[in-house]
Design a protein around this ligand. Structure first.
Ligand SMILES: NC(=O)c1ccc[n+]([C@@H]2O[C@H](COP(=O)([O-])OP(=O)(O)OC[C@H]3O[C@@H](n4cnc5c(N)ncnc54)[C@H](O)[C@@H]3O)[C@@H](O)[C@H]2O)c1
Length: 440
């Protein structure tokens, strides 16, 4: 057994290995907390000083990661957060959780991974294991990370260890969290695989070893493409059934009684979040390099991104029925986050809906109890703050459009004075609502 491998395995089994987590966002923060809670000393790194500052004060900046959990971890003194990347040299394991967005032309933007890999390479020393967790196309670990680390004169599998292990997160899910979601691990060589599996095995309940980083990278994309394609399918069926006067939500309830071979997906105003709208295009881009076209990915992308237009068209028609023009109409969009009861508005279709209404000359407001002000995103800058979640506010508008099914919106009393409700989430059975309802 190589000296470096045995040294590292020993540190992992005695929980003295220092675990460094780079990127303390939705993925990195829970991962850092999990390793701390599993008994490891942890150093969290982020380029945004506000994050380490908040954590070191025992505060959380992510709604579903409670401040009590952060405060308890930082009070134990085993975890620290910093912007000082020289401290990477102190780490025995380095887990990379930085963003992987798309560029303007929907091509992968690997700049965060590359700059992080350069930073790690500066500090790389023998007996360290580096694991990439950011979602990316198959080949990234081998093509982007390994050459940068090899250039330091160390050999993968002997001097240092390298693997890919995708993160699977379902923010706000009370049943599944970082510890009990099985963790796929693909090492770049057998020694790296052994070390990386030992590391995760010390913190999560189930490790799923695969034969290479490429399989692990591809598995993550397959999971997200599966969701994107199925959501697109049900969105298309929503439009088809609507034309036929059939309620798609009732159809889904009926179909899901089949005990095998069917899994329900639900329609909505479009895709949101940091993963499902973006990740599939990482594979489509890489597939083109190999001369193959991932047609389902492109088609699903087209259908899902057309949904905000569908919602706006349905609203315009419904207002027209009431003798109102969209120009000058007061429209209230309910929910800015992409998913119910969370405060994450990345890639949310609500922004597209708001912008389309604005382009048509509507006077648009939004209400989101979880997002008091619409921050400037990579694509959007709608410049709005949330209006109060009250029946008086709802009644002031010509149309109220449900984009996100936040729990506070389920109070029927809010809709007493609403003139038109456009529901993209099946918030209520139409007969229950005391106002005109249109499904979109
Ligand atoms: N959010 C999810 O539910 C989820 C689930 C699975 C996988 N992922 C993937 O995990 C990765 C991270 O996603 P996220 O949602 O945690 O993103 P995030 O934006 O919440 O967090 C990323 C963090 O990295 C920091 N950062 C950026 N560049 C850095 C650098 N060079 N060095 C150090 N820190 C840096 C940012 O300041 C931010 O705090 C992405 O590849 C994403 O696709 C996300």
């Amino acid at each position: 057994m190589s000296d470096h491998k045995s040294k590292l395995l020993e540190k992992i089994s005695s929980r003295t290995a220092v675990v460094g987590v780079i990127g303390l966002g939705y993925v990195g923060l829970p991962l850092a907390l999990l390793f701390e809670e599993s008994g490891f000393p942890v150093i969290g790194f982020d380029i945004d000083p506000k994050k380490p500052d908040a954590l070191n004060r025992g505060e959380s900046y992510i709604k579903h990661i409670g401040p009590e959990r952060v405060a308890a971890a930082f009070a134990r003194g085993r975890i620290q957060a910093t912007t000082d990347f020289d401290r990477l040299a102190e780490c025995d394991a380095i887990l990379i959780c930085v963003p992987t967005p798309l560029g303007k032309h929907r091509d992968p933007d690997l700049s965060y991974i590359r700059s992080t890999a350069d930073e790690i390479a500066l500090h790389l020393r023998p007996s360290q294991v580096v694991v990439l967790e950011s979602t990316t196309y198959p080949g990234t670990t081998r093509e982007e990370l390994k050459p940068r680390f090899d250039a330091r004169g160390l050999t993968a599998g002997e001097g240092y260890f390298l693997a890919f292990s995708p993160e699977r997160e379902d923010p706000g899910n009370p049943k599944y969290h970082t510890k009990n979601i099985p963790k796929i691990v693909g090492g770049i060589d057998p020694a790296s695989q052994e070390v990386a599996c030992a590391l995760y095995g010390a913190a999560v309940e189930k490790v799923v070893p695969v034969s290479s980083p490429e399989v692990a990278e591809a598995a993550k994309l397959m999971e997200n493409i599966f969701r994107s394609v199925n959501i697109a399918l049900v969105n298309e069926l929503k439009v088809v059934f609507d034309r036929m006067g059939i309620n798609v939500w009732e159809v889904i309830e009926a179909a899901k009684t089949k005990p095998f071979g069917y899994m329900p997906f639900y329609p909505g105003p479009g895709l949101g979040g940091h993963c499902i709208p973006l990740d599939p295009f990482y594979l489509a881009w890489k597939a083109a390099e190999h001369g193959v076209w991932a047609r389902f990915i492109e088609l699903a992308g087209q259908i899902n991104t057309s949904m905000p237009h569908y919602v706006v068209d349905k609203t315009v028609k419904a207002l027209n029925e009431q003798g109102k023009s969209i120009k000058g109409a007061k429209v209230l969009v309910l929910g800015l986050s992409y998913k119910a009861d969370i405060d994450d508005d990345r890639e949310s279709p609500s922004f597209g809906i708001i912008e389309l209404f604005q382009e048509l000359g509507a006077e648009v407001a939004y209400c989101d109890p979880f997002i008091p002000a619409a921050g400037k995103g990579r694509k959007w800058d709608v410049g709005l703050t949330s209006v109060p979640c009250t029946a008086e506010e709802f009644a002031r508008h010509d149309a109220v459009v449900v984009s996100t099914a936040h729990s506070p919106f389920r109070d029927l009393a809010l809709y007493a004075g609403v003139k038109l409700l456009v529901d993209t989430r099946n918030l209520f059975p139409p007969s229950a609502v005391p106002c005109p309802v249109v499904r979109a």
